[in-house]
Design a protein around this ligand. Structure first.
Ligand SMILES: [Zn+2]
Length: 340
């Protein structure tokens, strides 16, 4: 759940200026990239048919985005002796890329660390999201943990395209995040990026360039290279729009399709990013709110898509987050958008 808000660091803003995005005059035919990511996706929250409905809707409308697969959400790895429901879910998860949807790790349980020897989530201890920030963890420890998740995915044909930070507002995490913030801006232990780059170079992820969803801002957003070696790279691709599709609370109070685009197509954050000539509008959602069976936001999501189709057809282009970072990396900037 990415609900902890973080403001952009001066470094990110400097990078934005350095890459020359601010102040340039993009050519007329440049389209706004649209994409999204969905956190917490798991058959423990909604049955596999809900996931199938979502995937088929995306494919039918040419929509591209990302949806997490949390293999250890229920305390044991889904790859180890999956039950009937999990088997059907995994069958769709391994093919989600064909539907236009990337698959991130977030990371194994979203809560306590997973013990790969016993095949169970630890009952106590640090939560995964916080663990990614702890300065004393080594690159080798991150490497082993991510490798184990990737290996679990491989057992059932799921290939990961990137990583999403599992945010957490529990007391222990909040307390420790507070301490870390006192020492400076909150950030991943740099060893996380090192470990991810090593895995990318070994072909352990689906692609040679991967997005990570970490920082977030509606105004000071950026795509930030965190580690690279030649054609291999790891980017923090910051979402610049929030979740107004019910969120993880699955509450109607948090549902607002007009936040993205108004009925007349004249306002909303997608329009604002279009008008300010941003390269992309990337938002996030949570499976609890989006879920077509019980999610209070499914109708709102479809409304947003209908409004985009009605008003912005020739102004936007849908892309998987992984395709955004690959194309950005290969072009060395956003120039590729001018030839969409
Ligand atoms: Zn926590």
């Amino acid at each position: 759940m990415t609900f902890l808000r973080i403001s952009t660091t001066p470094i990110a803003l400097a990078a934005l200026l350095t890459i020359g995005y601010i102040g340039t005059t993009p050519k007329k035919d440049k389209r706004l990239i649209l994409s999204f990511y969905v956190d917490d996706t798991s058959p423990g929250i909604a049955g596999p048919q809900a996931y199938r409905t979502f995937l088929e809707y995306c494919k039918a409308h040419g929509i591209r985005g990302e949806s997490t697969v949390l293999l250890g959400y229920d305390g044991e790895s889904m790859a180890e002796d999956p039950d009937g429901v999990e088997r059907v879910f995994l069958d769709y998860a391994k093919r989600s890329y064909e539907y236009g949807i990337d698959t991130h790790m977030e990371i194994m349980t979203h809560h306590e660390l997973f013990d790969f020897e016993s095949g169970k989530k630890r009952e106590k201890g640090i939560h995964e999201g916080l663990w990614l920030h702890e300065p004393s963890v080594t690159a080798n420890e991150y490497y082993r943990y991510f490798s184990n998740i990737i290996a679990e995915g491989e057992r059932v044909g799921v290939r990961f395209t990137g990583l999403t930070w599992p945010g957490c507002g529990c007391e222990a995490c909040s307390l420790r995040y507070g301490e870390l913030r006192k020492a400076g801006p909150l950030r991943f232990n740099p060893a996380v990026w090192e470990a991810l780059l090593n895995l990318v170079k070994q072909g352990k992820f689906r692609n040679r360039v991967i997005p990570v969803f970490y920082e977030s801002s509606e105004t000071d957003f950026d795509i930030v290279q965190k580690a690279a070696d030649g054609s291999f790279a790891v980017y923090d691709l910051m979402p610049n729009a929030e979740d107004h599709i019910g969120t993880w609370e699955n509450t109607t109070a948090r549902v607002d399709p007009g936040y993205y685009i108004s009925e007349d197509g004249r306002s909303g954050i997608i329009i604002r990013h279009l008008q300010s000539r941003a390269p992309y509008c990337l938002w996030y959602m949570h499976w609890q709110g989006l879920d077509p069976e019980k999610g209070v936001g499914w109708e709102a999501f479809k409304t947003v898509i209908e409004r985009i189709e009605k008003h912005l057809n020739d102004k936007v282009v849908w892309m998987r987050p992984s395709d955004i970072v690959i194309r950005y990396h290969d072009a060395g900037g956003w120039e590729f958008l001018e030839s969409q």
